[in-house]
Design a protein around this ligand. Structure first.
Ligand SMILES: [Zn+2]
Ligand SMILES: [Zn+2]
Length: 389
């Protein structure tokens, strides 16, 4: 998905590092690779830039938490296009999602907030969510999805003007699509920005609009898009596809398509980051005597040796048997939580066997119990000694 290095790796700190540790690590890297210290060294310059970028994200609590959750995709500056960041990550229900307002500049996703005075013809971004099974998310998958989006009008080639007709720059706004209105208020003069009413914000006036697109330069097309979903992606994560959103009006640039992952829970494997968990029930006899059990992992079955005397809630960790990291940082682990199941019902024969077992098994086989009852005895002695005094 991204060739970018992990920001924590760039600064050489753990994911759990404090703000102070991150700051220190950054200072060290910045000193080491500073261009003044490494004149003409391109590699050092790159490292210096990389460290700066990492620090910019990791020193900002909001960006850091987005990065921790979504990786580079969550903080990519270009993914944060026109006013995206604020509350952009939310719940997205159905398969085709909302397809946002047809034209850039109009809705909340447009470019108008970005460039200040310059009008942007950039098309709006689109969001969709796709459903994945647990295994598709773990191992990656290719999905074909259908979307409806604006593309350059095939009749006029995106200009919005009829063949033989031309468009000229709007004389009212000078092509910016915006006009400034000065208004007197009790607090002084306020300058307000309005969409130009002559060109409706397009910046151009067409004498004969294209009949197919009514001068917008775009038409709605249904497209099937192939999406390569990387192994290790998790529920709620987003994959930005550059330039797969709506085309902007009048040959404007294309918006992006944000694909949100909706991963179905697995019946057996529970996921936490790149690690996988499940509870393994074993019998009382297996726990006491030990056993070799064939257990599932996401790669298939393997043998797990349960040692003699294994206690309830013991957790075994199978290193590297978890989920591949979506940013290519190795694999997580498989954790197996042992649940000792006490026989729920005994027949006569079983009961006799267990009674015989109980008779010959003393406190030495149960050190936890032994410790507990010796504490009870000590407590009793202490309290009777107090009474006597
Ligand atoms: Zn057209
Ligand atoms: Zn205008």
């Amino acid at each position: 998905m991204s060739e970018k290095r992990d920001y924590y790796e760039v600064l050489g700190v753990e994911k759990t590092a404090s703000a102070d540790e991150i700051k220190k690590a950054y200072r060290k890297k910045a000193m080491e690779f500073h261009p003044d210290k490494n004149p003409g060294d391109k590699a050092a310059e790159e490292k210096f830039k990389e460290a700066n970028e990492a620090y910019e994200i990791l020193s900002d609590a909001d960006k850091k938490s987005r990065y921790d959750q979504y990786g580079h995709a969550g903080v990519d500056p270009s993914a944060a296009g026109g006013g995206y960041g604020g509350g952009g990550f939310g719940g997205f229900e159905d398969i085709f999602g909302d397809i946002f307002s047809a034209f850039g500049g109009g809705g909340g996703f447009g470019g108008s907030s970005r460039g200040g005075r310059t009008r942007s013809n950039r098309g709006s971004d689109m969001k969709i969510s796709i459903n994945l099974t647990f295994r598709e998310a773990v191992f990656g998958v290719e999905k074909k999805i259908k979307i409806k989006r604006n593309e350059a009008c095939t009749t006029c080639g995106g200009s919005g003007a009829e063949k033989g007709s031309t468009s000229k720059t709007c004389d009212q706004c000078g092509g910016s699509g915006q006009v400034y209105v000065r208004q007197q208020t009790p607090f002084g003069t306020v300058q307000q920005v309005h969409t130009c009413d002559k060109c409706h914000g397009e910046g151009k006036i067409i004498d004969k609009p294209c009949p197919a697109c009514h001068g917008k330069g775009v038409e709605t097309k249904e497209r099937t898009i192939n999406i390569k979903i990387p192994a290790g992606i998790d529920d709620g994560q987003m994959l930005p596809l550059r330039g797969e959103g709506n085309a902007g009006p009048n040959n404007g640039s294309k918006g992006d398509l944000y694909v949100y992952m909706n991963v179905k829970e697995d019946q057996l494997f529970k996921r936490n980051g790149d690690d996988v968990y499940y509870e393994l029930p074993i019998t009382y006899a297996q726990a006491a005597m030990g056993d070799t059990v064939v257990v599932p992992t996401i790669d298939g079955k393997i043998k797990l040796k349960v040692p003699e005397g294994t206690q309830n809630d013991k957790v075994f960790r199978l290193k590297g048997k978890g989920i591949p990291n979506v940013n290519g940082r190795g694999r997580g682990d498989q954790f197996i939580n042992i649940k000792v199941e006490v026989p729920r019902k005994l027949n006569r024969e079983q009961r006799h066997a267990l009674e015989a077992f109980a008779k010959i098994t003393g406190a030495d086989a149960h050190p936890e119990g032994k410790r507990f009852w010796s504490r009870v005895d000590a407590e009793a002695k202490e309290s009777s000694a107090k009474k006597d005094a």
